[in-house]
Each structure stands twice: as structure tokens, then as C-alpha cells.
Write a protein that binds this ligand. Structure first.
Ligand SMILES: [Zn+2]
Length: 370
């Protein structure tokens, strides 16, 4: 499904009304017919080449040449993220091009024709309107549209580009109707082709919960992880430095206000010896003995040690999944990490940090072949 400008079309089962609405906001043709039963749902999908979105395992086992995405979560944000990742969907030009009620593409409508149907102040302040040719509903730009756009961008903010696709391709047939439906028919046994980038980094503003996210993913995984994390050193409630802690025991001082070193970041003197003694060693031990390499975090302080940067490189080059955090800054080292084709950066924000836990867990399980 990658690299095609053809957009998928969907039919959502009765439990997925909010997901259907969200996909329609994105301009995606999504049928939602809670009145029909499972067999009719499958027939519509088969006839029109639609992907079935369902929470029901039994629906997923169709035995028919239908593509089914088994939706894993009860939360619409997770559902949308899962769908977006499976089908490489990102908020694009199609936003709000479809009636949220009828799923029909809206048309531009001259103001004179919608005057009766919109409040007076809206008519006075808006110049562009669109209208659903099916139900006649009139749409215009307004605050709630802006909020919906922000919500979509927040949920999909981690980038819909590459993702696991737990999709069953059973011969993606699609001789559908409509001008968008140009997919070739008759192919059987088509498989998903997804590239799983194995080096996963989260980024985001300080305090957003990146380390907590990593901890929760590790907690959800229950597989042996090595590597290191960093943690604040507090004096009362004042931050005076950072410690570096190996997942298997070692620890040291990464930076401290009282550390006398020539390499300084802000008010902190960076302790390159401990960075190498703990950090480099933890990474190399993880490469030897663990299933996952954790690096939380890589940032400016790590610039002081070439040995450390080389250890990061070894981890990224290795076949093992890397789960890390990376500072949201520009410098040659961080830029070179981000530029690697096997690195995926996920931006954490308050809107997506909850749904990233299962996403990252599943990605790593898939990378581990479990
Ligand atoms: Zn409509």
C-alpha cells in the first residue's frame, strides 16, 4: 500500500463510529452502517473493495479476499493512529472534504445558495461554504474545524509514515466503483510490504514524559533490555545535575554543577569518564546479552565523548531493536542519528503519549519476531 496516491476506502463495523467520523474528517471514504450485519458488511467490502475496520476477531476471519484491519483499542485516538500507520495516512489535502454524516464529498456552494441554512453572523463573516449534495448540510471554516484539525494532527503527530501493519491482505481485490477506485483487480495473495525501522527514538519537550514512556514500554514488554537511562540529581527541589544509570546496575554522575570539567552544558560540567564507564559499557553489554538496547537519552552532553558516540553507532548498526530518547535539538551528532534511514523519531506530546505505549510495545515485539 505504500507509495501509491490511491487512498484506501473503508467500512467500519458498528463499534467504530467515532473512528469512521475521524477518517471522514481526513477526507477518507469510510462507510459506517451500524444497521447491517456481519455478512452484509463483508459483502459490501468485497463488492466495493473496502477495507474492513473491526474490533471483532470473528469478522476478521473472513475467508474472503478482503483486507481487514483488526482494531486493537477501545480509544478512538489509538484506533486512528493504528489505522493511519497501517495505511500510511497523514493529515493532508483532503481534510474536511467529506460530509461527516453521509460520507459524500462536499461541493463548493456559492454564498447566495446557503444563506437560508447558516446563521446570520456566519453568513456575514464567512466567504467560503461547501455543501453536502446528499443531505444538504452546509460546512464552513469555524473554531470547531480548527479544533478537529488540531486533534487530528496531535493524534497523528508521531508521523503516519512508517508503521507496522497488522493487516491481513487476502488478495487485495478492488474493482470498486467511483473515480478513485483504480486499484487493479484479480491479484491474489498480496502481502503487506512494510519496512520496520528498528531504531526507535522518542523526542519532545523536556518534562513531557519521554522517560516514563520508555519505562512503560519496557514494563509492557517483559523482555530483557540493557542499556542506560539518565535521571535528574536533586538537591532539595533544585536540580544540580544528572546521573547515568545502567539497566543492569552501574551508575555514575553524568553532569553536575560542581563538576570541574572543560566540557560544559549550561551550568553543568559534564563527566565524560562516567559517561564512558557507565554508558558505553551498558550499551556494549546490551549488544552482547540483551534483546533490546535502551538509550535514554542522547543529547548535547554526549557530544563530549567520541567513544560514546561510537557506542551509539554500534547499537544503531546492530540487528537489535533500539529504544531511546533523543534531544529535540540540532547538532551534528544528533542530526546524523536522525538522518539514518533505520531510525524512526516519534514526537511525544500530551495527546499521543498514552497511545504510544502499545504502539512501541507492538513494534518491538514485531521486530523481535514475537
Ligand atoms: Zn451529508
Amino acid at each position: 500500500m505504500a507509495d501509491t496516491d490511491e487512498k484506501p476506502t473503508f467500512i467500519a463495523d458498528a463499534m467504530l463510529g467515532r473512528l469512521a467520523r475521524a477518517l471522514r474528517m481526513l477526507g477518507l471514504d469510510t462507510q459506517y452502517r451500524p444497521d447491517i450485519d456481519d455478512s452484509e458488511l463483508k459483502m459490501v467490502a468485497l463488492r466495493e473493495g473496502r477495507v474492513i475496520l473491526t474490533r471483532d476477531h470473528e469478522v476478521a476471519d473472513t475467508g474472503l479476499p478482503i483486507t481487514v484491519l483488526l482494531i486493537e483499542s477501545d480509544h478512538v485516538e489509538d484506533q486512528l493512529l493504528q489505522t493511519a500507520r497501517a495505511f500510511h495516512i497523514s493529515p493532508g489535502g483532503g481534510l474536511f472534504s467529506r460530509c461527516l454524516i453521509c460520507n459524500v464529498e462536499v461541493e463548493d456552494a456559492p454564498p447566495s445558495e446557503v444563506r437560508e441554512r447558516v446563521p446570520e453572523y456566519v453568513f456575514a463573516t464567512q466567504s467560503r461554504f461547501s455543501r453536502c449534495p446528499s443531505c444538504g448540510r452546509v460546512y464552513w471554516a469555524a473554531t470547531h474545524v480548527e479544533h478537529a484539525r488540531e486533534w487530528l494532527e496531535r493524534v497523528l503527530g508521531s508521523g503516519g509514515g512508517v508503521g507496522r501493519a497488522r493487516v491481513r491482505w487476502e488478495g487485495a481485490r478492488g474493482r470498486g466503483r467511483g473515480r478513485r477506485r483504480t486499484r487493479t483487480s484479480g491479484k491474489t495473495g498480496r502481502r503487506t510490504v512494510t519496512t520496520l525501522r528498528k531504531n526507535l527514538f522518542v523526542t519532545g519537550r523536556p518534562g513531557i514524559g519521554k522517560t516514563t514512556l520508555i519505562e512503560r514500554v519496557l514494563g509492557a514488554l517483559d523482555v530483557d533490555a540493557g542499556g542506560f537511562y539518565t535521571s535528574e540529581v536533586l538537591d532539595g527541589d533544585r536540580r544540580v545535575g544528572f546521573s547515568i544509570i545502567g539497566l543492569h546496575g552501574d551508575s555514575g554522575v553524568l553532569a553536575h554543577v560542581d563538576h570541574e570539567g572543560s566540557f560544559r552544558v549550561g551550568k553543568y560540567g559534564v563527566n565524560c569518564e562516567d559517561l564512558e564507564r557507565v554508558g558505553v559499557r551498558a550499551v556494549d553489554q546490551a549488544l552482547k546479552h540483551s534483546k533490546i538496547v535502551v538509550m535514554d537519552e542522547i543529547g548535547r552532553m554526549e557530544l563530549c565523548s567520541t567513544a560514546f558516540q561510537e557506542a551509539v553507532g554500534r547499537a544503531l548498526d546492530s540487528p537489535k531493536p533500539v529504544l531511546g530518547t533523543i534531544q529535540d535539538r540540532t547538532n551534528p551528532f544528533l542530526d546524523s542519528v536522525r538522518a539514518r534511514p533505520d531510525v524512526e523519531i516519534l514526537r511525544v506530546n500530551t495527546g499521543n503519549r498514552e497511545c504510544l505505549v502499545p504502539v512501541l510495545r507492538d513494534r518491538i515485539l514485531e521486530l523481535l519476531g514475537e
